[in-house]
Design a protein around this ligand. Structure first.
Ligand SMILES: *Cc1c(COP(=O)(O)O)cnc(C)c1O
Length: 477
């Protein structure tokens, strides 16, 4: 068996791949945004027989067929769903290069160039958030979830000096984590993975714009101290997943200081505005956080599994993750700190940072700023158009997220469900339904740098049409 294939085979495979990939990339729009098959239908296109191999060309054709037919096409310009982007082209080349050259980032000595690229990006992005060198440290992670877990583990090791040895078993007071009731549930998963359990997380009420109420936060902290618990960690969300709300981080920072809490800024989505002059100020105060989650695989338009964890406590990652292993190359202290086995949840590690380095080499911060500004501008357009067409907006954010419905049906779950289901079924656009406070709203978000007014007009058209159908056929008379 020749795992390399032959040179002739490889050339033919590269040719086929190039054609297929370019076809998808250039014409994503021709596909339906999604189809909803049964499991049986999906199984029909899977090859379950591995007894004997087949040609790479056949294998590639099967995979393209399956993925084209049965996936929500997040790179589609009418995908207005979660924060899944269309990856920019340079970042795609990065993933291919990493796959072929397969650098191992566990130790500096194995991949000095790759480790230094990531170190440089951590420093540069740390500065964008107002952290100061030489305190900036961090690590690339597979997603916001891993970055959150990393942050919580750092805080546990910082606040409880014996944590590395005893784990949660050694705590004599129960630790408490705070986040707003509109925050992402990754907070809960982080608490569970860290062994604290979901009950350690207390949700703090939000105001009508879904921003954390700081008075409620302080009230809860005081109550927990009175009950003999130990408040130790607070998440401030910088752009909630549902509505783009930004928690008042400056005020949260004051409480974090007063009660000795680790302040973690969840900028998984909203962090991107920090790359613009005009909207950077929305995140003012983030420099007061102890650590930050920032997903490049959302608004920075790079492929999945690219996130950053940043902190201004340069030794805390080592405290949380360093394990001396005698089979690992022994390196000088400073560079020892850079390899992922001493400062990441991961051990063997892919060159995650290349997916951000490539587009930065090609477009620079300038290119990112223009693109993010364009998306913010595109976000304004449907908000105006929705209002013109008799829809009501519920959230007030400058970020390109609209939570809306028809005011006549704002409490009508059947209405939002009907619109959602029927829009998705048509396959011309992809949105979600989202409960905004007590209102059954729909949510559309610009996550694609290619989305233009034409796509948005088409979205409004289908929404208006579905609303009419609902009123004619389904609405209770
Ligand atoms: C997406 C998101 C997360 C989770 O990040 P993943 O990259 O999906 O793991 C956390 N917080 C917010 C605000 C998010 O939008």
């Amino acid at each position: 068996m020749n795992f390399n294939l032959t040179t002739a085979d490889r050339n033919s495979v590269w040719g086929l791949l190039q054609k297929k990939l370019e076809d998808y990339y250039a014409h994503t729009e021709r596909l339906k945004t999604s189809v909803y098959p049964t499991r049986k239908e999906v199984h029909e296109v899977l090859s379950a027989n591995f007894e004997r191999g087949r040609s790479t060309q056949e294998a590639i054709k099967e995979v393209f067929h399956g993925l084209s037919k049965y996936a929500v096409h997040t790179p589609h310009p009418s995908y207005f769903g979660m924060f899944n982007p269309r990856p920019n082209f340079p970042s795609i080349t990065a993933d291919i290069i990493s796959a072929v050259m397969n650098p191992q980032l566990a130790a500096w000595g194995h991949a000095p160039y790759a480790v230094e690229v990531e170190h440089l990006l951590i420093q540069e992005i740390g500065k964008k958030f107002g952290y100061k060198t030489p305190q900036i440290d961090g690590v690339f992670a597979t997603g916001g979830q891993e970055a959150h877990i990393t942050g919580m583990l750092c805080a546990l090791h910082e606040k409880y000096p014996d944590f590395a040895r005893t784990g949660a078993r050694g705590l004599n007071k129960q630790p408490v984590v705070y986040c707003s009731s509109a925050s992402h549930h990754a907070t809960i998963k982080a608490a569970r993975v860290c062994g604290l359990g979901a009950d350690a997380v207390k949700y703090i009420e939000v105001n009508e714009q879904q921003e954390m109420r700081v008075d409620k936060l302080e009230h809860q902290i005081k109550a927990d101290i009175r009950d003999g618990l130990q408040p130790f960690f607070v998440f401030a969300t910088m752009g909630t997943t549902g509505s783009g709300a930004i928690d008042p981080i400056k005020k949260i920072a004051v409480l974090a200081k007063k009660y000795n809490l680790w302040l973690h800024a969840d900028a998984a989505y909203g962090g991107a505005v920090r790359l613009t002059k005009e909207y950077s100020k929305l995140l003012d105060g983030i420099e007061r956080s102890d650590s930050i989650t920032f997903d490049a695989h959302k608004w920075l338009s790079v492929p999945m599994a690219t996130s950053l964890f940043l902190t201004k406590h340069p030794y805390v990652l080592g405290r949380a993750f360093s394990i001396s292993a005698n089979f690992m190359p022994q390196e000088e202290d400073e560079i020892d700190r850079l390899g992922s086995y001493t400062h990441s949840i991961q051990w063997s590690r892919r060159f995650i940072g290349l997916k951000l380095y490539m587009p930065l080499l090609v477009f620079g911060w300038e290119g990112y700023e223009q693109t993010i500004m364009h998306q913010i501008k595109m976000g304004q357009y449907p908000k105006e158009q929705l209002t013109i067409h008799g829809w009501k907006l519920y959230n007030k954010t400058e970020l390109p997220i609209a939570c809306f419905t028809d005011e006549q049906h704002e409490y009508d779950l059947n209405f939002s469900k009907y619109i959602y289901d029927s829009v998705l079924e048509e396959g011309s656009a992809w949105i979600i339904n989202y409960p905004y406070e007590e209102f059954a709203t729909l949510r559309a978000c610009i996550t694609n740098y290619d989305t233009n007014e034409g796509h948005l007009d088409a979205l409004i058209e289908v929404l208006n049409r579905k609303r009419e159908q609902y009123i004619k056929k389904i609405a209770p008379k």
